[in-house]
Design a protein around this ligand. Structure first.
Ligand SMILES: Nc1nc2c(ncn2[C@@H]2O[C@H](COP(=O)(O)OP(=O)(O)O)[C@@H](O)[C@H]2O)c(=O)[nH]1
Ligand SMILES: [Mg+2]
Length: 319
C-alpha cells in the first residue's frame, strides 16, 4: 500500500542519507517520525523509523560520557527552510518552551536549569514559509558549550532569549551580548544578525523589568516582548525575523496558468531573475525569456536575467 509521504519527508530522508554523525541522523529521524502522517499505509515506515531511533539512542548512551573521536554536534546542523535561527540565552529564559509551543518539535521544558543538553530543531511556520528554529543548551558567565558557539557562528540569525521573570536580566543580557560580539568577530562574513526576545511577558513583575530593559537597551537592540506561554507577541516577532533574515519570496508561474502565491522560492534580498530560475530548477538557467508581475513592474513585463527582483514578485519563465 502506497504511503503517500509528504515532500518534506523525502527532503529529510535525503539529508539523513547525507548526514555525517549519529546525532544528526537521530534528529533527522525524529523529525521524519514527527511529520509522517500516521495511518494504515505508513505503519511500516513509522515502525521502521521507531526502530532506527531506538538503535541510535542506545548507541549514543552506550558510548557514555568520555568517548573518543568526533561527537556530532560540534559540527553544524544542516540548514532547512527559509533561514536557520539559533536561540541563545541563560537558563530558564524559556528557549525550550518557545520551541515546544511555536513548532511541532518538543524540547524538555523545566524549571531545573540546564535541562537542555543537546540542540533541538523545529520548524517555525511564518505565512507560507518555515524557518528552522534551534533550541540550545543554556549559556552562563563562564561556560558556553563549543556546540553552541558553532551553531551561533553558522546561523543565519541569532535570537537572544531573555526572561522578564528574572531579576538577573541585565547581567544575563551582558553574557549573551559578549558571546554574540565574540562570535561576530569570528564569523566568516562578519555579520550574523541578531534579535532579542524578552520572554515571559505574562510573569509577575514582567512589565517593570521590560521598562528597565528598554531604558538601558531599547536604542541599541531590537527587543521583542513575548510570552512563550500565551503566544503574545509571536506575530510581531515572526515578522521581525523575516525582515532581519533579509530574504525575498518569489512566486514562479507557468505560462498560461494563473498567478498563485502559495509556494515561494526563497532567495536572499538582491537576487536576480537568474537566481530565481536556478532556485526553481537548474534547467531553467537557460530560459529564453521571462515575464514578471509585481508593484515595481508593468504586468507581465519582460525582464532580463540580471534584473533584481523584489519580494512578492511573480516570474514566468519560457524555456
Ligand atoms: N509564565 C511563563 N513561564 C515560562 C515562559 N517561558 C518559559 N516559562 C517557564 O520557565 C521555565 C524554564 O523554561 P524552559 O523553556 O525550560 O527554559 P530554557 O532553560 O531557556 O530552555 C519553565 O518552568 C517554563 O514553564 C513564559 O513565557 N511564561
Ligand atoms: Mg531548555
Amino acid at each position: 500500500m502506497p504511503a503517500n509521504l509528504p515532500p518534506t519527508y523525502y527532503k529529510l530522508k535525503h539529508q539523513h542519507e547525507a548526514a555525517k554523525t549519529d546525532e544528526e541522523r537521530l534528529s533527522l529521524l525524529e523529525e521524519m517520525l514527527r511529520i509522517v502522517p500516521k495511518h494504515k499505509g505508513t505503519e511500516k515506515v513509522v515502525s521502521d523509523l521507531r526502530k532506527r531511533i531506538a538503535v541510535l539512542k542506545k548507541g549514543s548512551s552506550a558510548k557514555g560520557g568520555k568517548g573518543s573521536g568526533k561527537k556530532g554536534y560540534s559540527e553544524h546542523i544542516p540548514k532547512q527552510g527559509a533561514g536557520q535561527i539559533v536561540m541563545l540565552g541563560p537558563p530558564n529564559s524559556g528557549k525550550s518552551l518557545m520551541l515546544s509551543n511555536f513548532t511541532k518539535a518538543k524540547s524538555d521544558v523545566s524549571a531545573t536549569p540546564y535541562t537542555t543538553t543537546m540542540p533541538v530543531v523545529g520548524m517555525l511556520q511564518y505565512e507560507n514559509i518555515q524557518f528552522q528554529l534551534i533550541d540550545t543548551p543554556s549559556i552562563m558567565q563562564d561556560f558556553i558549550s563549543p556546540t553552541v558557539l558553532t551553531l551561533v557562528r553558522n546561523a543565519d540569525l541569532c535570537l537572544g532569549v531573555m526572561s522578564l521573570a528574572s531579576d538577573g536580566l541585565l547581567d544575563e543580557l551582558d553574557v549573551v551580548l559578549t558571546v554574540l560580539n565574540d562570535q561576530r568577530d569570528d564569523a566568516e562574513d562578519g555579520k550574523v544578525g541578531h534579535l532579542f526576545v524578552a520572554n515571559q511577558l505574562d510573569a509577575p513583575g514582567a512589565s517593570d523589568r521590560l521598562e528597565i530593559l528598554t531604558e538601558f537597551y531599547g536604542e541599541d537592540l531590537q527587543i521583542y516582548p513575548i510570552s512563550a506561554e500565551t503566544g503574545e507577541g509571536k506575530g510581531t516577532l515572526l515578522q521581525a525575523l523575516y525582515n532581519t533574515l533579509n530574504i525575498v519570496r518569489i512566486y514562479p508561474k507557468a505560462p498560461g496558468k494563473p498567478i498563485e502565491r502559495d509556494d515561494p522560492i526563497v532567495l536572499p534580498n538582491g537576487a536576480t531573475v537568474l537566481d530565481a530560475a536556478l532556485g526553481l530548477h537548474k534547467d531553467f538557467a537557460e530560459f529564453k525569456f521571462a515575464r514578471i508581475w509585481g508593484p515595481e513592474w508593468h504586468d507581465g513585463q519582460p525582464v532580463s536575467r540580471n534584473d533584481v527582483i523584489y519580494d512578492g514578485d511573480v516570474v514566468e519563465f519560457h524555456l
